[in-house]
Design a protein around this ligand. Structure first.
Ligand code: KIV
Length: 295
């Protein structure tokens, strides 16, 4: 008889139930070390295509490929057990047709183990969103500022400052809900509009540069930790200065190497056992934790 394994990982249903209750904590992660820590705090971890800019130094998210998203998505799934993992569909992998979106979303779910995908776009993506959700693929929508449209928009702009834009955001949100999306990311949308959408729709809204009234918030983890250079969008709160701390630590290491104070005896392997019969335990013991972290 088969044995059922219970997972404590959040599901899209858990996320949907949090609408109007405790705000959803959402973070991005692209790598195992960041994902491990984020998993202790986040309801949703998004493997965002922002990785193209944050990790790979690209100018935009446009060059990001499906293979990159799958490699990073799989690393994040492997190193987490609590949060719902959502993987971004990169530019050019879903916009052509619902069938294209389906085939590529299937690859993401099969090859990463993630439970959902995110796509950018509202009314124009409604058919694809419906096609995916009808076939068992949960979809997180993303409207307002859509970074994959940077070329047609001529840059990154706040959304909702004109009446037509406000109407479009509302219609986009309605279209996503009707086509079955389990949540909606609202990026760089004026607070009053984000609040209005949140009150209007039945699914959780997740704000980024939007409003504290959204059902949840997301930030790019590297931005909020100060790991991503000096310039971050104005909506980011810096909770740490990792890049500065890293500079100090690497500077100390460089100094130790130049002074020959690193490695010390405790970091080196012995050629014979000590009088107590032990080898250099300190250096030996450094092997196993690394092995454990990698497994
Ligand atoms: O790619 C990303 O990280 C995102 C979030 C910022 C919402 O889409």
């Amino acid at each position: 008889m088969s044995k059922q394994v219970r997972s404590s990982r959040k599901t899209v249903r858990d996320i949907a139930r949090q609408k109007g209750a405790t705000p959803l904590v959402c973070l991005t992660a692209y790598t195992a070390p960041v994902a491990r820590v984020a998993d202790e705090h986040a309801d949703i971890i998004l493997v965002g295509d922002s990785l193209g800019m944050v990790l790979y130094g690209m100018d935009s998210t446009i060059p990001v490929t499906l293979d990159m998203m799958i490699a990073h998505g799989a690393a994040v799934v492997r190193s987490t057990s609590r949060a719902l993992i959502v993987v971004d569909m990169p530019f050019g992998t879903y916009q052509e047709s619902p069938q294209q979106a389906y085939l590529n979303a299937v690859r993401i779910l099969k090859e990463t183990g993630a439970a959902a995908v995110k796509i950018e776009g509202g009314q124009e993506m409604a058919d694809s969103c419906a096609f995916l959700t009808a076939r068992g693929i949960p979809v997180l929508g993303h409207i307002g500022l859509q970074p994959q449209s940077v070329h047609s928009e001529g840059g990154y702009r706040v959304k909702g400052r004109h009446e037509a834009e406000e109407e479009k955001i509302i219609k986009d949100a309605d279209a996503l809900v009707q086509s079955g999306s389990f949540g909606i990311v609202l990026e760089c949308v004026l607070p009053a509009i984000a609040t209005a959408v949140t009150e209007r729709v039945s699914v959780p809204t997740i704000g980024i540069g939007a409003s504290a009234q959204c059902d949840g918030q997301i930030l790019v983890t590297e931005d909020m930790l100060g790991m991503n250079g000096a310039s971050v969008p104005g909506f980011v709160e810096r909770y740490a200065s990792f890049q500065d701390d890293m500079g100090v630590a690497l500077g100390r290491y460089a100094q130790d190497v130049k002074n020959r104070t690193f490695p010390a005896a405790r970091h080196c392997y012995a050629t014979s056992p000590s009088s107590s019969g032990s080898w250099n335990d300190a250096a030996e013991s450094k092997i196993s934790p690394r092995k454990k972290a990698a497994s």
